[in-house]
Design a protein around this ligand. Sequence first.
Ligand code: DAK
Length: 260
Amino acid sequence: MTYENLLLETEDRIATLYINRPKALNALNQDTLLELKEAIGAIAQDDSIDVLIITGAGDKAFVAGADIAYMQNLSAMEARSFAALGQQVFMMIETMEKPVIAAVNGFALGGGCELAMCCDFRVASSNAKFGQPEVGLGIIPGFGGTQRLTRLIGAGMAKQLLYTADVIGADEACRVGLVNSVQAPEELMGVVKATAKRILAKGQVAVRLCKAAANEGLQTDINRGMTIEADAFGLCFATADQREGMSAFIEKRKSNFTGR
Ligand code: DAK
């Protein structure tokens, strides 16, 4: 499948999806979001892919936000449906069974920060910059920023970033827990792919159940979360991966998971 605003590479069960509008710093317009929706749907269904990496094309931006030129003259109803589309696509990424890693290679502002936040975790290059500049444009985040930033880094720091539109660098993003680590720009993709490979070496049913349990648990109280975890734990015992993983341990050999 070829896209106008995306690039998709697949190698060794890892898909790397580039937002590819480098001249507009990979800003998200409606066409790009529609392509993203199609690509995410296809990747979710593709049995040859176990981990997805999302990054930006070029060396300057992950995604510099929703496309301001596109949004400038939207009516209220058009803006509402643009926000709904973005929220739908980002929710697809967040709830997709397979792990998704954001490799943040530059500006991640507004919709770009929101895209990074709907991924399971973020690794940043040292030149990455994060922020929610929307109030400076007279709007609020529309792709989940007020909801995910508060959940990820806590209400106080999130509100400071949301109200001031301050842009923070990679080290500060790491300090507040928005990203897991900071890498030299030339090492970013290598580190993220190595992380993806460590995930690939594990039982994929278990990895996916971890994701589902963690995500569902975040939406509920701890008691319900424990029930969700116990149910998912029980499900593992219906898999070949559980039998293989435990047999390999007992037999002192490396496990050979099949993802079943
Ligand atoms: N949209 C469209 N074009 C953008 C863009 C963006 N977000 N960011 C950059 N570009 C374009 C620039 O216009 C420029 O295009 P040309 O002039 O070359 O044609 C090109 O990318 C290069 O940008 P610069 O020349 O500005 O590059 P600099 O290195 O000087 O500056 C910058 C880089 C990232 C600091 C600067 O470009 C910048 O401040 N960009 C805007 C960042 C921003 O404010 N992002 C947040 C966007 S608002 C909602 C739905 C969604 C959202 C909200 C509500 N609803 C519908 C309710 C989400 C909102 C946002 O994401």
